[in-house]
Design a protein around this ligand. Sequence first.
Ligand code: TYM
Length: 322
Amino acid sequence: MAKAFSGIQPTGEITLGNYIGALRNWQPDPGSFYCVVDMHSLSQPWEPAELRENIRSTAALLLALGLGEGSHVFVQSHVPEHAELAWILNCLGRMGELSRMTQFKSKGRGKVDVSVGLFTYPLLMASDILLYRVEEVPVGEDQKQHVELTRDMAERFNSRFGPVFTVPAPRIAKLGARVMSLRNPLEKMSKSDPDPNSKILLSDGEDAISKKIMTAVTDSGREVAYDPKEKPGVSNLLEIASILSGESVAALAERYRDQGYGAFKRGVAEIVVAAVRPLREKVEGLLEDPAEIDRQLEQGRAAAEREAKPMLGQVKRAIGLV
Ligand code: TYM
């Protein structure tokens, strides 16, 4: 299996979009590293107590998925090589290429009070990936451009200073790469959406999940059919249900075709509840044993350091710092 690296920002609001687009595709392979990217969360305003709690609950989620057993789970700020390489890449990245990042354009461009970190954040992300010599980066569609920038940085570095970095590629699933908002199926489901009904959280209970799906925006007409252009709301729900149940989109559409949106949504809600409940219960169980979380994170940190330290040493030698 190809070695992989991926990361998720710690928030208390991890969504079904994060799970379907990314977490579900993270494989517990011994050469792979999965990271709670806490330093990325400093690129936007934060509350210290909240951040501390969210780092822990996000780590618990990755451990609940079994990623601490077959692969390595760690917290970004526990491995200072990430910040150190990020500075070096800051000095090799270009204003022009960072200005083209669509995520920066949507969150920050034109505003004077956004942090410098929000602008340079893709180079911290490139550092995360390049420290681990991985071939693959499993992410949702919205992170593709950042992984492409990482490839460009690796190639530019290698051609100037010699072959130091492995050039990674994004791994994006065909179905579910962009789970859409339940309130506006033309926009992605996002942790930062202020409307709680737009997103299903992995911490949501059964009633909340059912209510959000029953009130999801659907399209005109009453036929259940997969057509992302004409029926984006229904198609989004069909994709979610297909991925979580393992049944094909075509089979689900066929079953619910003439049953109306109410029966269809009840079916989708059942599938989502059945997928989210065991995960939520596992996370809650782990959070009751903070010592076990710390033990696994320390193991992950030590494994990450074994890769990151020599890699940064190689970079420093190549560029003339050592
Ligand atoms: P973040 O924390 O915003 O999201 C984590 C992962 O979830 C995916 N995702 C989605 N996939 C499908 N549909 C959605 N609606 C949806 N919303 C989010 C994201 O694509 C991502 O894969 N910059 C990254 C974190 C990061 C990282 C890295 C990722 C930092 N360093 C190195 C990979 C490798 C971010 O903010 O993801």
